[in-house]
Design a protein around this ligand. Structure first.
Ligand SMILES: [Ca+2]
Length: 258
């Protein structure tokens, strides 16, 4: 039913079905204004904080879950929704998506997430081209080419499947991101960001997007002890005169155990 509704709305709005599918993870388009709801019950959620960190914009949903985005921006930006008792949620939007009403379904926390970082991070060197997948002016100063954080994992995680979840990531300028039309940089591309877990490289991130899940090999987990995750941004592979790190932004890092 929901799928049919989204599909017909997509037809109505003249957006592609592929695009509508990409939005079903947490947002769909209806004509009734922006709203935050519980993803399972569809009940409106009041007092959720909706923010666009790059625009330094923040607002809250009213008693009916409704909110307006009164922020001007163009190009991709990360929108985050926070509410006590719910998993951190973020979504990459642009001015076209924001121009249509959005329903954001957020999920109750199951008590098994470890939030590593809920702030937006900018990795790189503040040197990026206008055609990059993140061409807006970066408000956040780059913290450098990598981010690292330690956190505890409980003993029972060894019996579960564990994932590093990246809520949203934008700005990746790999050749694959370029071939997928995620940026308009013509003459250069970068190596992918690399993810390390307790010193071992476990993934490369080739594409921008939301809710990327990276499996943590259980044999690397230090159960009931301190673990460490590091994300290192890529380098511009066509710049040989100096090191040009790929400028990326990411938000909402967590560990989820299922
Ligand atoms: Ca750079």
């Amino acid at each position: 039913m929901k799928k049919i509704l989204i599909f017909s709305l997509a037809m109505l709005l003249g957006i592609s079905a592929a695009n509508a599918d990409a939005l079903t993870g947490g947002v769909s388009t209806v004509g009734l204004g922006n709203k935050v709801v519980d993803a399972n019950t569809n009940a409106p959620i009041s007092g959720a904080q909706i923010s666009l960190p790059k625009q330094n914009y923040s607002t809250k949903s009213d008693e009916n879950g409704n909110f307006n985005l009164n922020a001007n921006f163009s190009g991709n930006t990360i929108m985050s929704v926070k509410k006590d008792g719910y998993k951190p949620f973020s979504l990459t939007i642009d001015e076209h998506i924001a121009a249509r009403p959005m329903i954001l379904g957020i999920q109750k926390s199951n008590g098994r997430e470890v939030v590593i970082e809920s702030a937006m991070l900018h990795l790189g060197d503040n040197n990026f081209s206008a055609g990059s997948a993140n061409s807006d002016q970066f408000k956040l100063k780059a913290i450098g080419p990598f981010y690292t954080k330690t956190f505890k994992m409980s003993a029972n995680t060894l019996n579960l499947n564990n994932y590093l979840v990246i809520g949203s990531i934008i700005g990746i300028d790999t050749a694959m991101a370029r071939s997928m039309g995620q940026n308009s940089v013509r003459n250069s591309f970068s190596s992918p960001p690399e993810v390390y877990f307790n010193g071992t490289k476990i993934a490369e991130i080739q594409l921008n997007g939301d809710n990327q899940k990276i499996k943590l090999p259980n044999n690397l987990i230090r159960a009931d002890n301190t673990n460490e995750v590091t994300i290192q941004t890529g380098k511009n592979l066509t710049q040989h005169a100096y090191v040009d790190y790929d400028d990326i932004e990411l938000m909402n890092l967590s560990i989820q155990s299922e």
